[in-house]
Design a protein around this ligand. Structure first.
Ligand code: MD3
Ligand code: FE
Length: 215
């Protein structure tokens, strides 16, 4: 059951599962309480909301942002912008501990001095998913993306450079961190629908922090 996943995984295992892609198992776990409190502070001023795709579909994942830029989608398209469209105000600043965690993970993968200016906070309630896509709204593809998984487990889909390429399935649990650099940076990826469950600390959801250099 879920308990086995949480308890029997080797702490701080690491695996390069594709060129440029590094999985750091449990890397964020020792920061779990601080991360939960900081996420709560971010979404207190900048609440989670379900955005719409340019095609008019409401996303099942609810999103918030912090940092100089936030990723948004609406009828006008996908983009990064410096202000929250809900409030018209700047996104909350990137918390120092978020930036430090992302930089520490990137350094493990050989990316020195990663300074993210955008952190997308994704909330998956059971049933929420993310269909296969590429992250191509950033300027500099030599900069990695760092993702931190918290709360309920999920199955991550990791494909190739073309949408139709066969996708690997990678189970992600609370505290796992992934660094996506090199050729993996432009690969198609997604998340299968999150299964029903309650995480002991995060409750009935999965939270993913995605750190990027957008500007
Ligand atoms: C692989 N989020 O927000 S994080 C996204 O779990 C997104 O919420 C997923 O994909 C989530 O865009 C996956 C892992 C991730 C993020 C960016 C990538 C994997 C990536 C960029 C390139 C390749
Ligand atoms: Fe993505």
């Amino acid at each position: 059951m879920q308990r086995d996943l949480f308890e029997h995984r080797p702490e701080h295992a690491r695996r390069a599962f594709a060129p440029g892609a590094l999985w750091l198992g449990g890397f964020a776990r020792e920061r779990e309480h601080q991360l939960l409190a900081t996420i709560a502070a971010v979404v207190a001023t900048t609440p989670f909301r379900q955005m719409s795709t340019p095609g008019g579909r409401r996303m099942s994942v609810a999103m918030s942002n912090c940092g100089a830029f936030g990723w948004v989608t609406d009828a006008r398209g996908y983009r990064y912008q410096p202000d929250d469209p809900l409030s018209g105000r700047p996104w909350p600043p990137m918390p120092g501990e978020f930036a430090a965690l992302a930089a520490r993970a990137a350094a493990e993968a050989g990316h020195a001095n990663f300074e993210p200016d955008a952190c997308l906070v994704n909330r998956y309630e059971p049933g929420a998913r993310m269909t296969l896509h590429q992250d191509v709204d950033e300027r500099d593809f030599t900069q990695p993306i760092v993702s931190v998984s918290l709360g309920l487990p999920a199955v991550f889909l990791f494909g190739g450079a073309q949408r139709g390429d066969k996708a690997q399935r990678l189970p992600l649990v609370h505290g796992d961190v992934l660094v996506w650099g090199g050729p993996s940076r432009r690969c198609f990826h997604g998340v299968l629908p999150v299964k029903e469950g309650v995480h002991p600390l995060f409750g009935r959801c999965r939270i993913n922090l995605t750190f990027r250099r957008a500007g």
